[in-house]
Design a protein around this ligand. Sequence first.
Ligand code: NDP
Length: 290
Amino acid sequence: MAQIIDGKALAAQVKAEVKTEVAAWTAQGHRPPYLAVVLVGDNPASASYVRGKAKDAAEVGINSDTLHYETDITEAELLDLIRRLNQDNTVDGILVQLPLPDHINEQKVIEAIAPEKDADGFHPASIGQLVLGQPGFQPATPAGIMEMLTRSGIPTSGAHAVVVGRSNIVGKPMANLLLQKGVDATVTICHSRTRDLAAITRSADILVAAIGRAHFITADMVKPGATVIDVGINRVDDATRERGYRLVGDVDFEAVRDIAGWITPVPGGVGPMTRAMLMRNTLNAAKRAT
Ligand code: NDP
């Protein structure tokens, strides 16, 4: 039976560390770090993520505001808002909750954020630094997964790491972090056109599932003893729940936990760690600004 990597407990550790660092920072006479969170429209999942981020910020002593705009905000208006936040010296980190409505070009918005305030680590400058192994903002989800591996004592050097998914915010940065010198995994990236996916995932010592399909990774796709990191957040109907659904990952948790050595649950795995890493990014943004 696999050991559970408790994302909630690890996130609590990271947040406690950030809280201590924020307190030390303000004790030196600096104002508390400030994160501006931009939310467009009323996507319930986005609204819930943003509420979570505001709560985390309050918990660690970071000030934050959610700037909420109606779906009909134009791209030009949003870009103008970002320009103003870029110029505002009281703003350390800027985060635009994705997805944005179809009439707004997400990449353009991401690129409008000043790289030194890029709390999400999605700006091409941040991604470039990550690939080059230079210090910079790292996307919170893959950075959180690296923390989970390190803090759980899971060896990465020479391990075969298989990342299923090649998105710009999870799959690609994840693969690059695993590849860094010092981490030293041998990395394979899979996607929807990969042939014989199960044969590849079965050879993984570390398997990261970032697909967005409920229970896609089944027990027969996992090598005994492997570390399985489940990034997916999927809604499945559940009449027994008041809200009519529950959240599950990309991994068939109940079956895979019998085979794997380590596994992250959903919820309570990668999600909380992602949020904690965002707080660390915001603190780093404040420190870099001075
Ligand atoms: P994307 O939809 O951007 O990417 C999904 C990836 O999965 C794509 O690269 C796609 O391949 C690949 N894929 C789809 N179907 C298959 C298949 N049948 N076989 C192999 N690969 C396949 O998703 P994200 O990376 O943004 O997110 C992935 C999941 O993680 C989602 O459930 C999301 O909600 C969750 N998530 C969770 C976070 C957290 O904090 N826990 C943070 C961010 C995301 P192709 O490129 O060929 O289309």
